[in-house]
Unconditional design. Structure first.
Length: 655
């Protein structure tokens, strides 16, 4: 590496030419880093989000003598602005950092959750100063860790409760020697999930006296760097850089090799036992090109001084998936979305794989180009951000046919679906139908005032599905009697979804066809007259089938050993007896008659049990020992204020 050559040159000059070294002008090495750095973008800024800048930005040195590390200080995707921290590294030494701000990026409308998270200015952990990161992780897990998190100076739970969101935190080590950790928090609001990583510093350092700068003067460390030479990794050719990082990321020390030493690293360290290599990491520079940077810490164990060492590595196996992402799958979206909303689009196009396009690629060219790279599109999914604005993202799963490796990538689409509101969807989806209208409106309201819509809307499942596809929830707001007409009810339904700019809409329905009070009174009077004469519910005895039915009924009761059962009916007033605590049909009654004196009136709307626990009559089996002597039917009338129990003899033993 160039920096090792420069170090060797300076050391040699200091050892063997002290007079020459003393005459060198320091200013000849002085570089204005803010002028030296050259920033270039791989894509137009207005096509990418500010938070994505590191993927599409390249920083080079005009003088070719400096390497620059870039990190995001703050990115605002809603304003299209990002602030970067630039770290110049010259001759292996970290120089004074400086910040640069860029604007003009694609602006992204925030979701409800993002609007809340945008309010977060500071995230920290309490009690961190007295513990190392590992000690902190061991001490605080789950809810204990959550209780240690502060947001904007207050306990995180206050922030979560106020905004009605939930979170799942996880703490990971970034640099345990310097006491720096990464706190990942997964926030959830309704069906939206977002994970944010926060860098937390201030933990107890493992080496409290380490100089904050990664470069410290130390003769032994300088000597070791000179002797080791350029750093590299073994077995690169067998793996893509992503595979290599995944497979050997936790054991990279065993994969290190250095080009200047004529012996392996293990033997070199055995001969130089005061040296230690630790915290070896591989950072990917370009997955497609197979290039990266190896970083590690070289430690002098005799005085605990550290030196950060890094070197560029290349020569990994070509990564076809990464090439596909970098060369083909750029600015991915769906074609011809402008005239349909997302639900209509999916209904028209079952196979979304045949609809994706990218920058400079129509669908046919995109699929063909991926095919030449032996890449197959496995799945395409739409995630609607807002139905009103038409904003959506798209996830694309691709597979490398050579090694079966799969990866899913999300893209923010640049085009938009047709705009639609909750009101638009309500207006185009027809009316609703009610069950159970053979009663007064007041009786209906009293019965269903605490019920969900499904309990009384006849076509609820069909109606609800039309809204469920858009993520819209239906809620009953009001169910009241219409003042001007006692045969109608007014139902107000609220339609709710945070996937629309206007998140709710109310619609009132007027439903008619109920009995008027006068009509109900007449029906109740007629029912009572028939019940008093045993002509409302009675057996039809004058036929042979009735006698056969009684024999079967007595055998059934003896077999089941029961003394009573519910009499239930279907919509045509066909009757069955079931055990009182069962829902299974047990015995059909063919010769029990309900006098439907009004064609719209049903058995279970006028009959109720003697115990007032349902709309049914009860059949009682009276026995003398094992012998049946009488079968009685008992019931009350639904709207009978006298609460009288009526008895009908279904069968009685002849004396």
């Amino acid at each position: 590496m160039n920096k090792n050559k420069h170090n060797s040159l300076l050391i040699g000059m200091m050892l063997f030419s002290p007079i020459v070294a003393s005459t060198l002008s320091i200013s000849c090495w002085k570089i204005n880093y803010e002028k030296d750095i050259k920033i270039s973008f791989k894509r137009d800024k207005n096509e990418i989000l500010a938070s994505e800048i590191l993927k599409y930005l390249e920083a080079t040195s005009t003088s070719l003598k400096v390497r620059y590390d870039l990190s995001i200080v703050k990115a605002d995707d809603t304003k299209g602005i990002v602030e970067l921290m630039i770290t110049p590294i010259y001759k292996g030494k970290v120089e004074k950092r400086f910040n640069l701000t860029f604007d003009g990026f694609k602006k992204n409308k925030m979701t409800p959750l993002e609007e809340i998270l945008h309010k977060i200015q500071n995230v920290d952990l309490s009690e961190k100063q007295t513990k190392t990161i590992e000690e902190y992780v061991d001490s605080f897990k789950g809810s204990d860790l959550a209780n240690k998190i502060t947001i904007n100076g207050k306990k995180m739970q206050e922030f979560l409760t106020h905004h009605k969101i939930v979170s799942t935190p996880k703490l990971e080590t970034k640099n345990k020697e310097l006491g720096i950790a990464i706190l990942k928090i997964k926030f959830e609001l309704n069906n939206e999930v977002k994970e944010i990583a926060y860098e937390i510093s201030g933990f107890k350092k493992i080496y409290a006296h380490i100089t904050p700068s990664p470069y410290v003067a130390d003769t032994l460390l300088d000597k070791a760097i000179n002797e080791l030479g350029t750093v590299d990794l073994v077995d690169k050719e067998k793996h893509t850089i992503s595979q290599y990082q995944k497979q050997f990321g936790n054991n990279l020390k065993e994969k290190l090799k250095f080009h200047k030493i004529g012996k392996d690293l293990k033997k070199y360290l055995e001969e130089n036992q005061e040296l230690e290599i630790k915290s070896v990491k591989l950072q990917i520079t370009s997955a497609a090109k197979g290039t990266g940077t190896v970083k590690f810490i070289l430690k002098n164990k005799s005085n605990n001084k550290l030196r950060e060492v890094d070197g560029n590595v290349s020569g990994f196996k070509e990564d076809q998936i990464a090439k596909a992402l970098d060369e083909v799958l750029i600015n991915v979206s769906l074609e011809d979305v402008e005239n349909l909303d997302p639900v209509e689009y999916k209904a028209h196009h079952n196979d979304l794989k045949s609809r994706i396009i990218a920058k400079n690629f129509d669908n046919a060219k995109l699929v063909n180009d991926l095919k030449t790279k032996k890449i197959e599109i496995k799945d395409v999914k739409i995630q609607v951000k807002n139905y009103t604005t038409g904003n959506y993202s798209i996830s694309v799963a691709i597979k490398n046919l050579e090694n079966n490796e799969e990866i899913t990538t999300n893209y923010e689409s640049s085009n938009k679906f047709k705009s639609i509101s909750i009101q638009d969807i309500v207006n185009k989806n027809g009316n609703i139908e009610f069950n159970d209208k053979n009663q007064t409106v007041q009786g209906f309201v009293d019965k269903y005032k605490d019920s969900q819509l499904k309990a009384f809307i006849k076509n609820f499942d069909e109606y609800n599905k039309k809204f469920k596809d858009y993520g819209i929830e239906l809620r009953k707001d009001k169910l009241v009697v219409l003042e001007k007409d006692d045969t109608k009810i007014k139902l107000t339904i609220e339609y709710i979804s945070d996937k629309f700019t206007s998140t709710s809409f109310m619609k009132e329905f007027e439903i008619g066809g109920f009995h008027s009070k006068q009509q109900t009174n007449e029906l109740n009077k007629k029912a009572k007259e028939l019940a008093e004469k045993n002509q409302l519910l009675y057996p039809l005895k004058d036929n042979n089938e009735y006698s056969e039915e009684i024999i079967k009924l007595k055998n059934w009761t003896n077999e089941k050993n029961i003394y009573s059962g519910k009499i239930i009916s279907d919509s045509n007033n066909n009757f069955q007896i079931i055990k009182k605590d069962s829902k299974d049909i047990s015995f059909k009654l063919n010769w029990l008659i309900f006098d439907d004196f009004n064609s719209s009136l049903k058995y279970n709307e006028i009959i109720k049990s003697e115990s007032n626990d349902g709309n049914y009559a009860t059949m009682h089996f009276i026995k003398n020992g094992s012998e049946m002597t009488k079968i009685l039917i008992k019931f009350k009338l639904v709207n009978d204020s006298s609460n009288k129990v009526y008895e009908v003899v279904f069968w009685e033993k002849e004396e």
